[in-house]
Design a protein around this ligand. Structure first.
Ligand code: CA
Length: 210
């Protein structure tokens, strides 16, 4: 059973979500605020988190940061906010996707399935986990990157992006990825302006060139 943690302070919306999710055989826990959400996430180990950004006790972005300190559980943000910088802040903090309120239940469920599917695809084939080039070595499983003779520190988002590049998971967050790709190239490429390894494929996304 796929477990969903619903973090939302609007009781009517919580009720609608719980009914729809349970009807589709999801296990559901609900938290009305951020503090409860962080506690329940640790206690119940959900497979996916649906998170409202406007919570009574804390900003949803801080809930994302709290979760990302220890878990990679997919986080789907429910946002009433139209401003794109709010969404960027949520994505930057580690959210996987967002749905703007009001949303259709069908769209929400489709995005939920996609978020869960991406993590199910995550297990890497042995041999696909180690990437060695003339300039750097990356162990996707051990989360270790070495360039020359020193370790490169990568953020969780950058690791996630590397997995995207290696085809481990799929994403359509192209604009969002672009920012992080530039950052990643600065850390790994000798000439980030003319990348040799982390190649942009117009209309396709990113490709790793060994
Ligand atoms: Ca709210």
């Amino acid at each position: 059973m796929t477990r969903v943690l619903v973090v939302e302070d609007d009781p009517q919306l919580v009720r609608a979500l719980v009914i729809n999710l349970q009807a589709r055989q999801y296990g559901v826990d609900a938290a009305p605020d951020g503090t409860t959400a962080l506690r329940l996430a640790a206690a119940r180990q959900p497979d996916v988190v649906l998170l409202d950004l406007g919570l009574p006790d804390m900003d949803g972005v801080d809930v994302i940061k709290g979760l990302r300190a220890w878990t990679r559980v997919p986080i789907l943000v429910l946002s009433a906010r139209q401003a794109s910088d709010e969404k960027v802040a949520a994505l930057d903090a580690g959210a996987d996707d967002y749905v703007t309120k009001p949303f259709s239940m069908n769209e929400l469920l489709a995005r939920l399935r996609a978020a869960v599917r991406r993590t199910e695809e995550a297990p890497l084939a042995p041999g696909a986990t180690l990437v060695e080039t003339a300039d750097f070595t990356i162990d996707l499983l051990a989360k270790k990157a070495v360039r020359g003779d020193h370790d490169v520190r990568l953020t969780p988002t950058e690791w996630h992006l590397l997995q995207e590049v290696w085809g481990v998971s799929q994403s359509n967050k192209t604009n969002y990825l672009r920012v992080y790709m530039a950052q990643l190239r600065r850390k790994l490429e000798t000439d980030p302006a003319h990348p040799r390894y982390l190649i942009t494929e117009p209309g396709m996304g990113y490709r790793f060139e060994g």
